[in-house]
Design a protein around this ligand. Sequence first.
Ligand code: HEM
Length: 214
Amino acid sequence: MHHPDPPNPLPSPASRTNLTATLRQATAETHATVEQLPIMLRLTSSSVTRDDYRRYLQTLAILYARVEAPFYNGLDDAVRERLGVRPKLPALLRDLEEQGDPAPTAIVEPDPQTPNVIKTRSTSALVGGLYVLEGATLGGRTIARHLRRVLGDGLGAASFLDFHGEQTSAAWKRFSGALDELCADGTLLPEAVIAGALVAFQDIYRRLEQASKP
Ligand code: HEM
């Protein structure tokens, strides 16, 4: 008896879902509110000054000192390696030093806020948080270009904002491809990555909003 071939259970690469596209949609609203924070509006304004840039670096150094390490430390080396991600705090501290600013003392003080993101701790949720920090390098490169136009050499290396430099899109392709592979092999649960990204983005928004208050 003739049996027809069973349908191919594996989707073709083209029809495979792209998790970063879904993440972008899911976090678009929070991203838009972050862009409207006074500290961000200063940075993207055509009258931005070097002092605005320095204040931004100070604020982001405190933020990253609090939120970044837990996302990295909670992950297996193998997952981190596949995503190709590196912490950004060292670059922030280098940029501050270049601007003649000491590292803010608050980065060694205990976190006054409940680190709610940090308690969820599944691999998927942690990777959702890394999506937010890694995705920020895309907009960072655009902001660095704007600052270069306005501030010229006063901007310095901008090694945090332009973290991947010429490699920005290559690094993003690698990260985004790894997310899809880790979903396909069952290491990550897409829904949990999305939930983790939302919690992380909202936490970052809240911290930036508080830091923006006079
Ligand atoms: C003034 C503030 C900001 C501006 C103007 C801005 C701008 C942008 C732009 C233009 C992109 C798209 C880049 C591209 O597709 O090549 C982007 C992507 C992104 N930004 Fe921002 N950004 C800002 C702040 C932030 C902050 C503070 C975070 C989080 C810490 C963040 C997280 C992200 C993420 C996760 C993406 C990737 C979206 C995706 O393609 O999946 N952004 N941003």
